[in-house]
Design a protein around this ligand. Structure first.
Ligand code: SAM
Length: 204
């Protein structure tokens, strides 16, 4: 998976490559879909939700520019796979999941691998998690019509945010870097994610 889908498509960040080699994706996917865990696809995880395509996980992780000392926030824990990858690259990760059963799935999957630097919070991630802010990085793994203001407020100066921004059916992958009260955007192409549902996202 890593050679054919990630390195072959231009991701060479050694930390990202090592984390993706170490974390077994099949442990994050319920049967029968776990048989296809190393295919180049998103897959169902229950509750109408998906684990993202491995290549997109690699791209978003790379775009976040994770550092060992970072405190990071993820919105959309899902299976916990993206959180597990980030856990290898940063000091502390808080991940928020809206659907209670999916939050339990993420927590159990992370526990199974003995990952101790990730906290799974059940709730509306569009409001962020001010208790653990400020964050050096924020990654939104669901499609948002715009960047929720609470997340911009909780991002540290110099911090980066990665998110799929746009319509419900198709979005642009965007990075924003915070410099004082300015957010500097960069655009990275078209993606398709399930919707971010909440106070500062889609209504339902
Ligand atoms: N990062 C996940 C992984 O590694 O498996 C994949 C995320 S999945 C594409 C999107 C997730 O975002 C779903 O589990 C969905 O329930 C969750 N979600 C949607 N709106 C949310 C919100 N407002 N707060 C937190 N999670 C939300």
């Amino acid at each position: 998976m890593v050679e054919r889908q990630i390195e072959a498509r231009g991701i060479h960040n050694p930390g990202v490559i090592a984390a993706m080699q170490e974390i077994p994706r099949h442990l994050f996917i319920p049967p029968p879909y776990d048989q296809n865990a190393y295919d180049d696809n998103p897959l169902p995880i229950g509750g109408g939700q998906t684990i993202s395509q491995p290549y997109i996980v690699a791209v978003m992780t790379d775009l976040l520019h994770p550092e060992r000392s970072d405190n990071v926030l993820e919105i959309g824990a899902g299976s916990g796979y993206q959180a597990a990858i980030l856990s290898r690259l940063v000091r502390r990760l808080t991940t928020i999941e809206r659907i209670p059963a999916v939050a339990i799935l993420a927590r159990n999957n992370l526990k199974l691998l003995g990952i101790g630097n990730v906290e799974v919070i059940e709730g509306d991630g569009t409001q962020g998690y001010p208790q653990n802010a400020p964050y050096n990085g924020i990654i939104i793994t669901a499609a948002t019509p715009e960047i929720p203001q609470p997340l911009i407020d909780q991002l540290a100066d110099g911090g980066r945010l990665v998110a799929p921004v746009g319509e419900r059916d198709v979005q642009e992958l965007v990075t924003l870097e915070k410099h004082g009260d300015r957010m500097i955007p960069e655009y990275h192409g078209e993606v398709r994610f399930v919707p971010l549902i909440g106070k500062h996202g889609w209504e339902n």
